[in-house]
Design a protein around this ligand. Sequence first.
Ligand code: KMH
Ligand code: ZN
Length: 275
Amino acid sequence: MNKIMITAAICGAEVTKEHNPNIPYTALEIAKEAKKSADAGAAIIHLHVREDDGTPTQSAKRFEECISAIRKLCPDVIIQPSTGGAAGMSDSERLQPLSLNPEMATLDCGTLNFGGDVIFVNTENTIKNFASKMQHLSVKPEIEVFDRSMINTALYLADKGFIDQPLHFNLVMGVRGGIGASLSEFDFLVNSLPEGATYTGTGIGKSQFQVAAMAAIHGGHIRVGFEDNIYISKGVLAKSNGELVEKAVRIAKELGREIMTPAEARALLGLKVSK
Ligand code: KMH
Ligand code: ZN
């Protein structure tokens, strides 16, 4: 079987220390969580950043501070800033980390209900604008899909030349308002991907390790981390992102998948050489 690429989504924008005291906020806390994840086997750190009080921010200065803190502890890991930020942020706010010329970044390909009155807005023009900027900077987009329709949008934009082939997707399953995390839904999404695409499976909440196992069995890649799930097992808070990555590694290895290094992940994704 092909090797597996593990992404750790260490912080997110929504989860707080009230949910799990181990959620990182400061640059040092974020860097330490990145290090634990990378040491456990993560090739990619999906990065959101916070102010010291936990407020989500897309400030380029804060991203720079956190990226340089991560680089000191783990020089090799791939850092994938979020351009999703937190629901309610403006497009220009969300785009700020691209000014740091990252190797890759997220490209959210549709609008989603996020519970209550909260809507995570990604109009077609927003997605085109974000995709064009990434293309111009040779930043590899990870196409975030929360439902099948978002794959359609990504394929349409690739066809129109906004996103370069080969496409890399993150199938996010189990967000209320998006697709669920059952085996048939997983199958449906994976069978909707174009020839030559790569994908990572992300399960939200209690589905985190179920989706990880489905992706590991099927030859896909996996994402775990506090952004998506704060428990290591039912009712038991995870001590660190590293603990979540370790569990993902155990699952993958039991299913015959060896773990990719950051260098191997860079080759798979065709990332640009400069950092
Ligand atoms: N926090 C969500 C509103 C991404 O990183 O691109 C968006 C999100 C997706 O987490
Ligand atoms: Zn995110």
